[in-house]
Design a protein around this ligand. Sequence first.
Ligand code: FAD
Length: 407
Amino acid sequence: MVNRIIVIGGGASGMMAAIIARRKGSDVILLERNDRVGKKLLTTGNGRCNYTNLNLSINNYHGHNPSFAEEALSEFNVDKTLEFFESLGITPADEDNGKVYPLSFQASSMLDVLRFEMEFQGVQVVTDAFVFEITKKNNFTVKLKDGRLFHSDKVILATGGMAMPVSGSDGTGYSFSRSLGHTVRDTFPGLVQLKLEGNIFKQINGVKFIGRAGIYHKNRLLVDDSGDILFTDYGISGPPILQISRKAIELMNMGHEAELRISIISSKPKDQIKDYLIRRFKNLYMKNMDEALVGMINKKLIIPILKELSIDKNIKVSDISIEQIDCLAGLLTSWSFKIIGNKGWGQAQVTAGGVNTDEIHSNTMESKLVKGLYIIGELLDIDGDCGGFNLQWAWSSAYLAGMNASI
Ligand SMILES: Cc1cc2nc3c(=O)[nH]c(=O)nc-3n(C[C@H](O)[C@H](O)[C@H](O)COP(=O)(O)OP(=O)(O)OC[C@H]3O[C@@H](n4cnc5c(N)ncnc54)[C@H](O)[C@@H]3O)c2cc1C
């Protein structure tokens, strides 16, 4: 008799698992609550889909036990991912830091080739299929909200996490996992913008610079990253901020304070900036302080910075003290802010936490508690850095589930 598999969730991991399982000869039904599959995939990489990363290492992954991901990531590794998508028509284009995109730079191409392949292989895709309940006696029964019932030998749960709930992933997978006996590690938004304390943000909203950002706790640097940073009306955004946000949120969830330090000028150390400011102020001795910084830092930042340092904007630069110049150089290279929150699930790119990986076989993605149940993708307690690592996890975990559910 043909092995029948129900894949729940038509996101990145669900589509991949369905294709692999179908190629192995299983009868595959994919159930997706939206009226079409892959809604989130279309938004990835700013609509360009950064689908893997050439510099991948296990250090790019987080969770209670990141090494859980190692087997899947080495079985269906970056090379195999590139090969798989190339065989479907995706020409890879690599950009900075190992990020790989389709050469079309269109996330829609990724979705198209996955849809074409599902159709070609004969995956039965059912949209507008909101799964409501999963039960298991001898086989699985999957019940939709509208009452329809589906039966199968195996279930691959690929409903994603909580990030960007408008795409369809709003945490229903955790309830299914719990109802089948699994535990779920606390979830929180990862790769998300940070809210900062202060009343300057309306004023500096939109200021963009290339700088460095670090999360500190009790004066100790925990994680940092550099690149394009953007002040917003609530605080701060940009790739380095998303990258380091997880650590800040983790700290705050434990009841600790998290401090953000940013360097507006990261190309030179503080001492060199100080020397430069001394020379600059000698040349511009006739100017007021607010005029003397024009051309060096974004104009919108000048008044807030001078206020922060309690330096009168009307003071002549010739009257400024060496101590004040020292403080200014210090702030330009390390401006400290208290983090007071984050932009939440609506803006987050990934979910930290999820189904406890201790309860899943790392070499197959099968549940240790429920035979025939496979759990994959963002639903598990594995999350990756920004840069193609989350989709790679979706592809790799899906590959193992698709292969092994078909045995
Ligand atoms: C804005 C944004 C940009 C991103 N950019 C990148 C990037 O460039 N590179 C990268 O690696 N990662 C990126 N990510 C992260 C990446 O998209 C996710 O980690 C990945 O899509 C997770 O795949 P998944 O299959 O586990 O879950 P999802 O893609 O979330 O898919 C889950 C699917 O299950 C369906 N579903 C949920 N509940 C039910 C139910 N009860 N019944 C039926 N169907 C259900 C949902 O509708 C959804 O289609 C980005 C995320 C966001 C939000």
